[in-house]
Design a protein around this ligand. Structure first.
Ligand SMILES: NC(=O)c1ccc[n+]([C@@H]2O[C@H](COP(=O)([O-])OP(=O)(O)OC[C@H]3O[C@@H](n4cnc5c(N)ncnc54)[C@H](O)[C@@H]3O)[C@@H](O)[C@H]2O)c1
Length: 345
């Protein structure tokens, strides 16, 4: 759907068997692919938080000259001093020291330097607005900064978690700033690649987590895949940016719903004097069809409490009222009701 080569010809099934050097791609495409292959491409990461900083470090370690952009001057100054502000990251002291000592890493808040960058990776927050609607203001601000500094031959990849359609419907117009859509796939390339980082997880570290990549068109998919393949162990190309966006949010909704379910089961079984842990130990002996989630304090972190609202909002915008996606919310409401009932008793 909507996948086209540089000449505007639709690309259907064969695109999954991609040929990066296929005839017909633009000169800008060929030049950027060549830079990625030689690792002479400059990588820029916007937003140097829990996601962006390890990502910048991953590309820096792979040999790319890397520029980190952040709006927060304290972040820039801490990076220049080699002083960690992300305590949960494993080896954070060494990581910050390594970046600050390196001539191949710069940190800046000067967004005009985006002009120097060949591949721009966006890792800014995606919070909720007052009415639990998606708040894309940080992505918009990045899109507008990119538009102001844009030159031909740049790849932009959105990594922030968001609802399906954001890259094509929102980020692309912000970057093109009312400009010509036909420049997509010729002199500007756009893709989505979700961040599956789990800060503090010592087993699954960034470069070893399979990386999903979906472009807005074939040239964008090719370039984004080539870039990530040079630095990550496994890259999985999906058909479109929308598939990649949806995959990430589905992963988090799946967790959110299952956490809600197991916590509810614990309450129910408690009342029956049955130990949930024994039940889960027993249930997980089934070799198929059961994936264990353990009861816990509920939802935490940046993502699980927020992401379901993004999908539910998008579902509503296409006329679907979702029952399960926001099960978390109704659960909280249920608990509040229970507390109120207990107080009244
Ligand atoms: N933290 C996680 O565990 C995790 C995991 C997977 C995905 N994500 C997603 O990744 C995205 C980033 O999350 P995070 O945890 O790294 O956020 P964070 O708050 O740790 O870092 C974001 C950084 O972006 C900077 N920033 C904001 N707007 C900017 C702008 N316009 N220009 C330049 N810099 C700007 C902030 O100053 C901050 O340093 C979110 O969409 C989040 O949902 C987070």
């Amino acid at each position: 759907q909507g996948l086209k080569d540089a000449n505007g010809r639709p690309i259907e099934e064969e695109w999954m068997e991609f040929d990066m050097d296929r005839q017909g791609f633009s000169q800008e495409y060929q030049q950027l692919l060549d830079k990625i292959r030689r690792r002479t491409a400059v990588v820029g990461v916007i937003g140097l938080g829990y996601v962006g900083l390890p990502l910048a470090s991953t590309f820096h370690s792979a040999g790319y000259f890397t520029i980190g952009f952040d709006a927060d001057l304290e972040v820039i100054s801490a990076l220049e001093r080699g002083q960690s502000y992300l305590e949960h990251l494993p080896n954070s002291t060494e990581l910050f020291q390594q970046l600050s000592d390196s001539e191949k890493f710069h940190a800046t808040s000067d967004m005009s330097r985006l002009k120097q960058v060949d591949a721009i990776l966006i890792c800014v927050p995606t919070p909720l607005g007052e009415n639990f609607e998606p708040d894309l203001r940080y992505i918009e601000s990045c899109g507008r900064s990119i538009a102001a500094a844009r030159r031909a031959g740049q790849l932009v990849v959105l990594e922030s978690t968001t609802y399906p359609g954001t890259t094509r419907e929102k980020l692309l117009p912000w970057i093109l700033e009312g400009g010509c859509e036909s420049s997509l796939g010729r002199d500007v390339f756009l893709a989505f690649s979700p961040e599956r980082e789990d800060p503090g997880n010592k087993i699954h570290q960034m470069a070893s987590i399979p990386k999903l990549v979906g472009g807005l068109d074939l040239p964008s998919s090719n370039l984004a895949s080539a870039l990530y393949e040079s630095s990550f162990k496994q890259v999985i190309r999906v058909r479109s940016a929308e598939v990649a966006e949806a995959a990430k949010i589905v992963e988090n909704v799946y967790r959110s719903v299952n956490i809600a379910l197991v916590n509810e089961l614990k309450m129910v079984l408690n009342k029956m004097n049955i130990d949930i842990w024994e039940v889960l130990d027993a249930a997980q002996t089934k070799p198929f069809g059961f994936h264990r989630f353990d009861p816990g304090p509920g939802w935490g972190g940046h993502c699980i409490p927020v992401d379901p609202f993004y999908l539910a909002w998008k579902a509503r915008s296409v006329g679907v009222k979702s029952t399960f996606i926001l099960v978390r919310r109704s659960r909280e409401e249920q608990e509040q009701e229970q507390e109120q009932e207990q107080e009244q008793e």
